[in-house]
Design a protein around this ligand. Structure first.
Ligand code: GLU
Length: 667
């Protein structure tokens, strides 16, 4: 634990606190002061987040489906991009003080759990990739939730073997009922994962990194548009939990509104305990006991009590939880290496497969280039959306059938290497017709012994951060409580996840056992795809950092990430353009999604006036133009070949969320 070195770092700690509260940036930089660090660009005047001055991105605004006018942020040496201005600010200040990307991630996650509680927090899980500049290594960390040791194969769908009805409360679907019950709650992983990353890569004292969130929780912050919407949307569900009711709702049970100053002393207390005692203070002792008690709740209480099916999590589940360092999934894509998260996430394999299929086509040829390229990204061509969504159909078919927690169910063939092999993906690419959509793809055939059924479902309630530090290290972390407001179970200032609903509720289908069925201590399959791109050195080895990206969005994460990577690597868009670019893609069905929230999509006349939508229909795609809620955070250090003399780092925050990018030289 680095906090044992507290005395030694006391001067840094004081400098850090001083800087965070007073925003005097020169006070604590250890590699020279930068007076423009972490300031928001607004009419060429620096505005700091939280200052309350005009242009302050932390002033709560109504959330919008798409906020026009995000501009690429440029920076010389370091940068943080997250889905919330307070969180970006906290991370940027750690970087400004010479902290590593790992240090910044701790500050960012703890702030996000406060200001964006609907999307991630201490009660959830996460996956992280880390690029270590000194060795050019990419490491990956699994902080995914686990099913309790007592979980049986019917845990998510039946109250018990003798009462084979859905867990309670009874809501509109078996998914929502299970989500709101104790059965959906996996043992949280994010705190252990942060500790492991910090032990491996941190340079600042652990306890210092909790200060921004502790201060904000103690002094309060204005509820943002997305948080206000999330509270209002979940009001009836939050009302079943007295602790959630007390925090998120007013005394008359109305939802706390946009701009309301909200304080979370319980969260500050929880963070102080972890700051002092390390992750053990969360996984054992009074906090662990509160988590277990909350999971075991059987009734909402109150005047009209509603029954809630408890989960079977015990203190031993928490005490035994381990974050795991795993092999990342790294493949070459044209002149680059692309690295992603392996199982239990399907994200890395699916992105690698989709790109590996696309490598068989020249996406930089004129018919594939986007039009209307401006700071809102661009409008993709019919040919590009067709090809890319077909590649995704093929990738999702394999994902749905084969990918789950490989500690329980092996991948087919020789594992990841077979699934991303160039010759295999070439045979998959050959299945694509340029003139007609394949509709639904079949999974590839491997030398696998077991016949497997498929599962596809996932929810919504996640966030992504991308970070590059002064030392050249990069970190991408996608972090989640699964769907908005998780399981609605709230204790000690944070929400508990509903991540177990990412398992298949059914253990088998007509084709056999489902790889992603629930089992004791198993981790549910994810789609999260934190992604790092590196150059390919002349000898073919992994080279320098090029790009960090990722997104929330359930199973659509894979599509958001492929879109962003192709926009950057094939179409040479900058980090904001690639992030803002129209969302598009397909899971494995005949429906192809084109994000109707984007300003360049013409929704009039049921889309019949938009050549992209019309063109896709003529190729046999069933087109959906529903709004798509991505939350891409991207940093690019463009290689000299496409940098055109611009500053070193580009940052882009998704205009569909509330985030910003900040670095050392914003102007
Ligand atoms: N629980 C999902 C996963 O792990 C993520 C949900 C979301 O992105 O909103 O893939």
């Amino acid at each position: 634990m680095k906090n044992l070195a507290r005395g030694k770092f006391q001067h840094l700690r004081i400098a850090f606190l001083f800087s965070f509260s007073s925003l005097i940036f020169s006070a604590y930089g250890d590699t020279g002061a930068d007076l423009k660090a972490c300031l928001q660009n607004s009419n060429n005047t620096g505005v700091s987040v939280g200052s309350g001055l005009p242009g302050d991105p932390a002033i709560p605004e109504k959330s919008s489906g798409y906020k026009l006018g995000n501009k690429v942020v440029t920076s010389a040496t370091y940068m943080a991009v997250t889905a919330n201005p307070h969180a970006t600010q906290a991370g940027c200040e750690v970087l400004s003080a010479g902290g590593t990307a790992a240090d910044a991630a701790v500050a960012i996650q703890t702030v996000l759990g406060l200001v964006e509680p609907q999307s991630s927090g201490l009660g959830g899980g996460a996956f992280t990739l880390y690029y270590k500049a000194s060795t050019k290594q990419v490491l990956s960390y699994d902080g995914r939730e686990t099913a309790p040791a007592a979980a049986t194969e019917n845990y998510l769908r039946h109250i018990s073997d003798t009462n084979q009805t859905n867990p309670l409360p009874t809501l509109s679907s078996s998914f929502s009922s299970t989500k709101a019950s104790g059965r959906s709650i996996g043992t949280p992983g994010v705190v252990k994962m942060l500790e492991l990353i910090h032990q491996d890569h941190g340079q600042k004292p652990w306890d210092m990194l909790f200060e921004p969130a502790i201060q904000l929780a103690t002094n309060g912050f204005g509820i943002s548009g997305r948080m206000a919407d999330a509270i209002a949307g979940a009001k009836n569900d939050l009302l079943r939990d007295p602790d959630a009711t007390a925090y998120f709702l007013n005394a008359d049970s109305s939802p706390k509104a946009l701009g309301t100053l909200i304080k979370n002393p319980d969260y500050a207390q929880t963070l102080s305990s972890i700051a002092k005692g390390g992750a053990n203070a969360f996984y054992t002792g009074p906090i662990a006991q509160s988590i277990v008690n909350k999971i075991k709740v059987t009734s909402s209480g109150g005047a009209n009590p509603v029954a809630i099916t408890p989960g079977l999590t015990e203190l031993s589940d928490l005490a035994n939880y381990k974050a795991i360092k795993r092999e990342p999934v790294c493949t070459t894509y044209r002149n680059y290496w692309v690295c992603g998260m392996g199982p239990p996430s399907s994200g890395g394999i699916a992105v690698a497969q989709s790109l590996g299929i696309l490598e068989n086509f020249d996406l930089s040829a004129s018919q594939y280039l986007p039009t209307v390229v401006n700071s809102e990204g661009g409008k993709p061509s019919v040919a590009a959306v067709h090809l890319i969504s077909e590649s995704q159909r093929l990738a999702y078919a394999d994902r749905n059938k084969y990918v789950a927690d490989t500690d329980f169910v092996p991948l087919p063939g020789n594992g990841v290497s077979s699934m991303v092999a160039k010759d295999y993906l070439k045979t998959r690419a050959a299945l694509i017709s340029k003139t007609k959509s394949m509709g639904t793809a079949q999974a590839g055939v491997f030398s696998t012994a077991t016949a497997l059924g498929s599962s596809a479902a996932e929810g919504n309630g996640t966030t992504h951060m991308s970070i590059v530090d002064k030392h050249g290290n990069a970190l991408v972390m996608t972090t989640t409580i699964e769907s908005g407001m998780g399981s609605y179970h709230f204790t000690r200032g944070f929400l508990l996840n509903n991540q177990l609903t990412d398992f298949s509720f059914e253990p088998s289908d007509a084709s056999g056992l489902i790889a992603n069925r629930i089992g004791p201590l198993k981790r549910p399959r994810s789609s999260m795809a934190p992604t790092l791109v590196l150059t390919k050195a002349t000898d073919g080895s992994r080279g320098d950092f090029v790009m960090a990206t990722g997104s929330p969005g359930g199973a659509s994460i894979i599509q958001f990430v492929v879109k962003t990577v192709v926009s950057a690597l094939d179409w040479k868009l900058d980090a904001q353009q690639a992030t803002s670019m129209v969302n598009f893609g397909a899971a494995n069905s005949s429906t192809t999604g084109v994000g109707g929230e984007h300003p360049s999509i013409d929704l009039t006349n049921s889309g019949l006036n938009d050549p992209l939508l019309v063109g896709l229909r003529s190729l046999g795609h069933t087109v959906s133009y529903s709004a798509q809620s991505s939350g891409v955070s991207t940093i690019i250090r463009a290689p000299a070949s496409w940098n055109a003399g611009l500053p070193t780092l580009w940052g882009g925050a998704d205009p569909r969320r509330e985030g910003i990018a900040l670095g050392d030289s914003p102007f």
